[in-house]
Write a protein that binds this ligand. Sequence first.
Ligand code: NDP
Length: 452
Amino acid sequence: MTNYDFDLITIGAGSGGVRASRIAAGHGAKVAIIEEDRPGGTCVLRGCVPKKLLVYGAAFSADLDDAIGFGWEEVDPAHNWGQLIATKNTELDRLAGIYTNLLSNAGVTLIEGRGRIKDEHTVEVNGKTYTAERILIAVGGWPSVPDIPGLKDHAITSNEALNLGHRPDQVIVFGSGYIAVEFAGIFNGFGAETHLVYRAEQPLRGFDQDLRDGFSEAASARGIHMHPGVTIAKVEAAGEQKKVTLNDGQEMVVDVVMAATGRHPMTDDLGLENAGVTTNDKGAIVVNEDSQTNIPSIYAIGDVTDRINLTPVAIAEGHAFADTIYGDNPRRPDHTNVASAVFSMPPIGSVGLTEEDAIAKGINPKVFVASFRAMKNTISGRQEKSVMKLIVDPETDVVLGVHMLGPDAPEIIQGMAIAIKAGATKKDFDATIGIHPTAAEEFVTMRVPRSG
Ligand code: NDP
């Protein structure tokens, strides 16, 4: 028997690493977790949580506009950006404290510093080595910035966008994935002149086509300047500002350029080569269904494995790992029908196959679509339309996908995700009596398919 310092060393105290570590410790394992920042990881410190707090803050401007239709007098309140960032940071301090306490209450040893793998059972932190029977890599991802002249020097990423000292007056957001459209909504909501510059013809690649159309229309009606089909050719300093040249020759001078051009696994300088851990062409750690790498003692979960890069998925992977190895309860994380949301304005929620996915799989789905102005928008005068869509298998009647653009879409789709997980059929949807008046009731009252 070899004597290790720990049963498990986890590298990275983000959502996945913390969950795996404390569940493993709860099952009786001796666990250490290594973190160079405060515990919390991307989601709590640099992602979902601070982003959503800013989304809440930014949404008040549209609410104030809408209120006028309901008889409220027009007001133009000043916004204190510094106060928002400070209050948001206080909340993050509180959450990081909770994460630290969760670890110590579970009996997990927190080692501060950057972990580097020395061999298949050894990790080095600040010149000191620690050994473990197993190592779990949960180091997450990091923003990728394309190699475009001046972009790396002059653009911020989501990391910095959450901590700007001032609200920019003009901003270019580059990209049109989750992060780009969410931050475009934030900047626009707080009154910045916001440009979304993206190479595709439509934002949000991978989402349902009707939702992408609806979002483009709504975002531009809300004041975001949409620049489809272009890319940034170069960025230069222009005094305190940035001069951006697009590949169609257009030039813009703005306060802030934000690159929201994807994320990559954070495997740099992790020492994976010392243990011979295999990565793929994107640098992601290759794992099997048990989150085990090609080296039997080394496991990996979350964004560093580039499976489905969402916090609850990393948590599910970490929990399943800990239960399987330390809890005598072998189970695998289920990556099917994982719902996700985009906290854009208006927001999007989605679970299961899109119409395009279904067709690509050789299914000719029945497609039910509702597109309508939400009740609140009738009196508010806002022209924005919600879009709701059901994708149904014509042979089995099983609902393969549910998609929504519109107020509360993420909250509504979370409930729909349970139905999809349970294998609900369109008949089950039809047999469900709606809650009136809601937008969600549309999902149980769609009768005539648009196609299929
Ligand atoms: P995405 O992969 O969603 O989007 C990347 C965007 O950058 C796309 O619009 C892509 O364009 C564009 N892009 C990439 N490379 C280039 C390039 N060289 N030149 C021009 N444009 C480029 O990444 P995000 O950074 O938005 O988000 C990363 C991940 O984080 C997401 O996949 C998601 O898993 C997670 N996330 C989830 C959130 C949520 O659940 N609400 C919120 C935020 C992040 P194109 O489409 O043309 O390829």
